[in-house]
Design a protein around this ligand. Structure first.
Ligand code: OAK
Length: 866
């Protein structure tokens, strides 16, 4: 029997007991007669569910008794993926469950593959939140996630006629064994209505009902929660309407509530500005704050000390309405005076920024907030007025200083002029008098003008008649800490996004470099490599203490170890090759280099540049003699990623990759020298299969645009090389791994503004780049007209003007690619460095990130059951 089982707080279990339990779930919970894989998955999941509930209850009771400070991670997205394997492993019961299923005539692999991903997120930000929950529980930190129980998560991507199509994500259809419905935990959330002074009477009301998703830590008794809110009508039926025979109106309340939690907005790093989205944001924020306050008041008599017991971490600006909602709850519901409420609010909230892309920085029209949440708009106006008043002296002094400097400059210039024309003395005196009077008036205007740069409420630059609430500014003013997610990103937000705020309170701005959970992203997705690491280190303690991975470094020098390392990579490549065949029909050789580019499709991530480099490679191979072809390093180029449904260019990029794949893969002359694959529906589960098989992975965003990236960390930990730019966390990965082991290319972030100004004529850029574009235009990959706009976006001064600087970086990208090929030809050296990647990147464990948040922002201590 596994000792871990008992120490995890899960019921003592051996394989026979587990098998009996699974059978009981099948027979009674599911009342199923058959033992098909889906039934066995459900039965096993319900059996694990019960163990989680035990661990969950004990943890929550313990925390209730000890009353430690908690962190509440407010996030519109949690991209969880599958749960079964993760939960069984974290509980330390993988052996028992595998054995039990075998005894029941099933097998773990088939059973686990039945589970649908919980895809309540778009990409990086949502997956980060999921990794953080795992680390918080593993570190025994009292912490909860709070979010929305979307009935439809991220759409399912399919390919039809060479284009992306979006299908609904029916993830709840077969039931969800990983949640506990809490009908006893409900809160009312109001919308719209009228304001009488500061008294708000909402005209629409829904009920938020809690669902708890237990989050087991690894090798600990701690099991925390992700609490997701569903929306219910405050009464099922409008009885008056029903009695009057108006059935449509009678069910209107239910329809309105349903709409709130119906679907995740499928936008990654772009904003839609739809009222329903704001409604979703307010809905989950209000319920979460009410819930926390209610629990706090069970133990404390008033809310003045709330911030000593709770920190709310706002995951980007999506939950930022929390600033106003916490104020409203404290003032309107709990009778606190507004100054005291502001003190509590600004001590309880913290904000993480996850992007510098202007289109993702949320700005809600005053009109929209005013209509949906009139009291909150009033509070935001008040917060803004007080905020601007509080900094007026600072801004006046700054303006005066700037003016004085200008005057001194002008005076110096005047002295020169005066010396040249001493005779004009009288005229000068009069002019000086006049100028002084003018300056005083001007200085008042200048201060008012300067204050606009600090204002939370600001004019829409595209429509002077509209005022907007800058949610990021509201978050900065309402928080005690603001952080970016990689070292370079945290600097860029200080210099480019919030410079005015940094000048007022530099100490509020911090960096917390992202991380990923080593459980899911190494131990469980790559058991073969994990076993090898554990054997080499003589312990599996690295799964919880990632710094131990550094001890692998000497093994890079051991030829026998390298051979085994390569064998694992080959096995993972074979698994991926089988999957590729299954899904796309393409056969790829596992003797080729597996070159992977998976992430959301976005112009700034430059999948298009990779596609152009592949087109060039294809042309080169076509032009070679048979002798020359023998020297080519064969490659399989794999792409994956979803394009937001309304993102025109991104959808064309997907189509382009599919088109070049079709042409190249069917070209007999090229054969295995080059294959291109687009794997549809990239999600957490696909990533778990793809990442361990990668030899090279692409992280090639324009410098200064990718906040951090987290797949780069997952690839590095699985021994994959990185080809990338000096952007996001690539830089810190380079520092840890040694830059000589990465294939770095391209411009630096500080050059981008200048380069956007100084354009060459496009015909003067790298001829290989031009030729690749010409080949697309010629129709060599079909659909010539379809790609016109895409090609124009990077080659036409008047259409896009290559905003993400593909043309600038192409030549150095191709140089880096040539280095890749050269190194790959030396498999011993390649493998040696692959080991160095895994050994060097323990820093990117989310355990380290969360430990830093806990110490440097949250001031939350571990609270583990004895
Ligand atoms: C999504 C919507 C709005 C704002 C940001 C995002 C987002 O996903 N940002 C991503 O966050 C990740 C986690 O911090 C980073 O690794 C990515 O670089 C960033 O694009």
């Amino acid at each position: 029997m596994n000792k871990q089982a008992t120490s995890n707080g899960a019921a003592a279990a051996d394989a026979a007991a587990v098998a009996a339990d699974i059978e009981a779930q099948r027979r009674y919970r599911l009342a199923a007669k058959s033992s098909d894989p889906q039934t066995m998955y459900q039965a096993a999941a319900w059996s694990v569910h019960n163990k989680l509930v035990d661990a969950f209850d004990k943890t929550q009771e313990y925390w209730k008794e000890k009353d430690p400070k908690h962190v509440y991670y407010l996030s519109a997205e949690f991209l969880m993926g599958r749960t079964l394997t993760n939960a069984v492993h974290n509980l330390g019961l993988e052996g028992e469950y595998a054995e039990a299923l075998k005894n029941l005539g099933a097998d773990m692999e088939t059973v686990r593959s039945q589970e649908l991903d919980a895809a309540l997120g778009n990409g990086g930000l949502g997956r980060l939140a999921a990794c953080f929950l795992d680390s918080m529980a593993t570190l025994d930190l009292p912490g909860w996630g709070y979010g929305i129980r979307y009935r439809y998560g991220m759409f399912k991507q399919a390919v039809k006629d060479g284009l992306q199509v979006e299908l609904p994500d029916y993830w709840l259809d077969a039931g969800n064994p990983w949640e506990i419905r809490r009908p006893e935990t409900q809160f009312k959330v109001g919308f719209y209505g009228s304001l009488d002074g500061d008294k708000w009477t909402p005209s629409e009301e829904v009920v938020a009902e809690a669902y708890d998703v237990p989050i087991p830590g690894y090798k600990t008794k701690t099991c925390s929660t992700l609490r997701l809110w569903d929306a219910l009508p405050s009464s099922e039926l409008d009885l008056a309407a029903f009695n009057a025979g108006d059935y449509v109106k009678a069910v209107e309340l239910k329809r309105k509530a349903d709409e709130i939690t119906a679907v995740l907005y499928p936008n990654d790093a772009t904003e839609e500005g739809k009222e329903l989205r704001l409604k979703q944001q307010f809905f989950f924020v209000s319920a979460s704050l009410q819930d926390t306050i209610a629990r706090y008041l069970e133990k404390h008599s008033d809310l003045s000390g709330l911030a000593e017991k709770a920190t709310f971490q706002m995951n980007d600006t999506h939950p930022t309405i929390a600033v106003a909602e916490l104020m409203r709850l404290l003032i309107d519901v709990h009778g606190m005076d507004s100054n005291a409420a502001w003190g509590v609010t600004t001590k309880a909230l913290a904000y993480t920024n996850h992007t510098v892309m202007p289109e993702a920085l949320e700005k809600w029209p005053v009109r929209v907030i005013g209509k949906l949440l009139p009291r909150h708009m009033q509070l935001i106006e008040q917060i803004n007025t007080q905020w601007l008043a509080s900094i007026k002296d600072h801004v006046s002094a700054k303006v005066a200083k700037e003016q004085a400097a200008k005057k001194a400059e002008a005076a110096a210039a005047a002295v020169k002029v005066a010396a040249a024309a001493a005779s004009a003395a009288e005229g000068k005196e009069a002019a000086a008098e006049e100028a002084k009077a003018g300056e005083e008036v001007e200085e008042v205007d200048l201060v008012a003008e300067a204050l606009k740069a600090y204002s939370i409420v600001q004019e829409n630059q595209w429509n002077k008649d509209e005022m907007l609430v800058n949610m990021a500014y509201l978050a900065v003013v309402g928080s005690f800490a603001v952080n970016g997610v990689a070292a370079i990103h945290s600097e860029i937000i200080k210099t480019d996004i919030f410079p005015h705020f940094v000048e007022l309170f530099p100490q509020r701005f911090q960096n917390k470099t992202n991380g990923v959970t080593l459980r899911r992203w190494l131990a469980y997705c790559n058991p073969e490599l994990s076993a090898l690491i554990t054997e080499a280190l003589g312990t599996d303690a690295w799964v919880k203490d990632a710094t131990l991975l550094a001890k692998l470094k000497p093994f890079a020098e051991n030829a026998e170890f390298r051979k085994r390392w390569r064998a694992v990579k080959q096995a993972k490549k074979a698994e991926l090759a089988a999957h590729i065949k299954d899904v796309t029909g393409y056969e790829v050789s596992t003797n080729s280099m597996f070159d992977i580019h998976v992430k959301r499709i976005h112009e700034y991530k430059r999948q298009f540049m990779n596609a152009l480099s592949i087109i060039h490679r294809y042309s080169e191979i076509k032009a070679m003699s048979p002798e020359e072809r023998k020297k080519v390093v064969p490659r399989v180029c794999v792409f994956g990623g979803k394009a937001a449904s309304a993102y025109y260019m991104a959808k064309k990029i997907v189509a382009l990759v599919l088109s070049i794949a079709e042409t190249i893969n069917n070209d007999k002359e090229v054969g295995d020298l080059l294959k291109v694959v687009f794997l549809p529906n990239y999600n957490v589960t696909e990533a778990e299969l793809i990442i361990p098989a990668a030899e090279l992975s692409q992280h090639i965003s324009t410098a200064g645009t990718e906040a951090s990236g987290t797949s780069n960390m997952k690839f590095a930990l699985n021994g994959s090389f990185i080809i990338g730019t000096l952007d996001g966390a690539n830089i810190e990965i380079g520092e840890n791994t040694g830059f000589e082991n990465l294939f770095i290319f391209g411009i630096k972030a500080e050059e981008i503004n200048r380069l956007r100004e100084e354009r060459k004529d496009f015909k003067d850029y790298d001829p290989r780049f031009i030729a690749a574009l010409d080949l697309i235009k010629s129709g060599a990959f079909g659909r010539p007209d379809y790609f016109d706009d895409l090609v124009a976006s990077i080659s036409d001064m008047n259409r896009g003007n290559d905003w993400f600087l593909l043309a600038n970086d192409f030549a150095s990208y191709m140089d880096a690619q040539a280095e890749v090929d050269a190194l790959y030809s030396d498999q011993e050296e390649w493998t040696r460095r692959s080991i160095i990647y895994t050994a060097s990147n323990g820093f990117f464990s989310s355990d380290r990130t969360i430990d830093q948040y806990a110490r440097e922002i949250w001031n939350v201590q571990p609270c583990a059951q004895p």
